[in-house]
Design a protein around this ligand. Structure first.
Ligand SMILES: Nc1ncnc2c1ncn2[C@@H]1O[C@H](COP(=O)(O)OP(=O)(O)OP(=O)(O)O)[C@@H](O)[C@H]1O
Ligand SMILES: [Mg+2]
Length: 235
């Protein structure tokens, strides 16, 4: 299977004052893959995906998505082109129902409100909780709801920033099943600290350290890489 490149970042840079949060990063996503982005706290992972989705403007470098240069495109236009993301901090609307949370996302991309909302809820296994107020869901279900909100945008690329943080093991299993179901129609870029989840799900892994790419490769490559072991995986 020849890999088609869905997203390509070249020499991507974002500094905050003297802090080189993202510094000359080259990165490629193959269509249909699950790609994990790992690295120590403060390595620049969230900043990097914020550049990809347009939440933070790029200082230099280029981003190409599906063949087009999107470097200067505002975030909402990137959503329309098929880039969806969930943030590190839970962002459901606590006072709205599960259905309405997802319906808002469907509305954002101009989808068929009822049909597409039900489909997204079905996809993540929350259909039977459609009427429940989101704030009363368990923490794990709220994270799953966020993924449904991302999927409701019918994205080509779904970016998940630490989706399993705070989840119980049973919820992590549900999450893994969910991610496996969305590929290859949707490509997944996953920021994750749980190495069991990373090694289990990802076909390829990129390691960031001090804003730069330390290594990219298969789970086997990354596990065996001495520089990655020293910087992140530890002894
Ligand atoms: N808006 C900002 N202004 C100033 N500094 C920032 C800003 N956002 C991030 N930083 C800094 O940039 C560096 C990279 O932060 P970032 O949040 O991207 O790391 P991360 O790899 O996502 O870390 P974590 O694993 O803890 O989520 C950190 O030193 C952080 O303090
Ligand atoms: Mg982060």
């Amino acid at each position: 299977m020849a890999a088609v490149t869905l997203l390509e970042a070249r020499d991507l840079t974002r500094h905050f004052g003297g802090l080189k949060a993202v510094n000359g990063v080259d990165f490629e996503l193959a269509e249909g893959e699950i790609h994990a982005l790992i690295g120590p706290n403060g390595a620049g992972k969230t900043t990097f995906v914020s550049l990809l989705c347009g939440r933070i403007p790029v200082q230099s470098g280029t981003i190409r998505f599906d063949g087009a240069d999107i470097t200067r495109l505002p975030a909402h236009k990137r959503v329309r082109r098929g880039i969806a993301y969930t943030f590190q901090i839970t962002q459901v609307f606590a006072n709205l129902s599960v259905f309405d949370n997802v319906a808002l996302a469907v509305q954002r991309r101009g989808g068929r409100l009822d049909v597409d909302t039900r489909a997204a809820l079905d996809r993540v296994g929350l259909a039977d909780r459609a009427g429940q107020i989101a704030g009363t869901l368990s923490y794990g279900h709220q994270r799953v709801l966020e993924i449904a909100m991302g999927l409701a945008l019918d994205p080509r690329l779904l970016i998940l920033d630490e989706p399993t943080q705070g989840l119980a093991n049973a919820e992590i299993d549900i999450f893994k099943t969910l991610v496996r179901q969305v590929v290859p129609d949707t490509t997944v870029l996953l920021i994750e600290h749980n190495m069991d989840v990373v090694m289990d799900l990802a076909q390829r892994i990129t390691v960031l350290n001090f804003g730069e790419v330390l290594a990219t490769g298969t789970p086997g490559d990354i596990r065996a890489n001495p520089a990655v072991q020293a910087a992140y995986l530890g002894g």
